[in-house]
Design a protein around this ligand. Sequence first.
Ligand code: HAS
Length: 549
Amino acid sequence: MSKALTKIDRKDAKMVMAHLYVAFVSLAIGGLCGLLQVLVRTGKVQLPAGISYYQILTVHGVILALVLTTFFIIGFQFAAISRTAGTLSNGIRKTGWAGFWTMLIGTVLAATMILLNEASVLYTFYAPLQAHFLFYLGLTLVVVGSWISCAGMVAAYVKWRKANPGKPGPLLTFMSVVNAVLWFIATLGVAATVLFQLLPWSMGLVDRVNVAVSRTLFWYFGHPLVYFWLLPAYMCWYVIIPKVIGGKMFSDTMARLAFILFLIFSIPVGFHHQLVEPGIDPAWKFIQVILTFMVAIPSLMTAFAMFATFELYGRSQGAKGLFGWVKKLPWNDARFTVPFIGMLAFIPGGIGGLINASHQLNAVVHNTIWVTGHFHLTIATTVILTYFGVAYWLVPHLTGRVLTKKMNRLAIIQGVTWAVGMTFMSGAMHAEGLLGGPRRSAFSTYGDAPQTLEWIPYQIAQAVGGAILFLSIILCLIIFINLAFFAPKGEEEFPVSEASEHAAQPSPVFENWKLWVGITAALILFAYTIPFIDMIQNAPPGAKGFKLW
Ligand code: HAS
């Protein structure tokens, strides 16, 4: 490899690696819980020592959906900023460490309460299920830690802008900042329900909680949360993948526009998770469904940009015919193939999302295991395989090692086994959901009701898929440990693509933050103010806490 490779500073690398260690330890714990769950749901296996299905399910959801993702994203975004806007200042690096430790303490606190069986409330922690107050406190620390880190990212961007007046911010840095701003605005909802409702209620300071307000605040946060997960994957698709395949980015402007559209449209859409809930006027649900279809647009733009990148590259290599370019793609390179499998999964995953968002169809699938199938395609395949694909070059880049041919081959096997396992598991979840099989539910034949007996073959298929996925997780962990500690020393590239020479310079308007944050705030106020007033003015007496486990 050439000596001209831009390396991330060693101190920055250490801070990023700390985040990645937590993310991959979370993968190991969460993956094991996932295996146990699918086994329990076959009806043939029981958990030992009185451990409940719901306790394991809570660990699985919290550690994978909240902990793994947040640590990976913050680590990756710091790496992206350090690589494209220059080495972090000491102050910003310290902010990164402060965020890391705050999040870690919060994680340990929340995990301890789950393990003590004081918080089997699942990852959505819906009221009136009531956890121990230390669980909510732990989650609060995770969010506060993430704010500290995101503030560090914004500070790095502001510093770069001051040093480079008039220039567009480096694309990966710009994208990281959009995701950080999205996160600040989105987490206000979860912070509000935890601080003002769930903490005082779980500490016994108040007796009852307004469930509709709490769930609405949760979903105000919960939907943009999925884009907080998705945007780092899109950073890889737009900026890193073109370089990996040897081509160029289709359009820098289009990438920036897609990210700004996510900022604007990803928040005022939470009602699409509450379409069957009472207490919300259907007109407001309808408005938020329309906004949900708007937030699909930047993903459709991304699909277009990816096809364009691949096709332009293929044709530059002499590809002929409509699909000749497919053959020119570097299928033997895990840095491309693993995220590519993620892209493919987003075709059915995205279609499933549009089905969920359609009000009438939502009545068919809501609270069925179809929804679990949907998010195992989106977060647990599209996003997570892209994260793995990133880790396969980022970890050796940070540890001063290389991705060897052997590990590259193993990584491709990892991606393919994931695809096979997920086809079985998520496919069977979708099918069982259409037959009415519930989600968030341990094994039961409900007194041998005939309808429930139809679900069992699908539950067995899910266990087969889940077992294959667990093997794939073991492969991934082997590769991670190898790249972190044992791979030969050397230089692994942090690939960053340039825009195609035909692409226009990005307009400065993309960095008019007052404009974009202003539009976002206006849309949020429009979509939520009246429904919130309604929920508070016409509130029922509220619910006492339930502990059903
Ligand atoms: Fe979702 C529920 C609607 C995207 C995650 N979603 C969930 C839950 C999770 C989740 C975790 O409207 C469960 C929450 C819970 O616990 O209750 N979702 C959508 C919609 C989209 C969507 C409209 N979801 C995601 C993403 C997620 C995610 C992304 C995680 C990362 N979702 C819903 C709704 C519910 C829901 C309802 C509630 C259901 C209920 O009733 O409870 C859209 O953003 C999807 C747009 C995507 C596309 C696809 C574009 C395709 C691309 C790939 C291109 C491929 C290439 C490769 C280039 C339009 C970009 C091809 C190359 C070749 C050579 C062929």
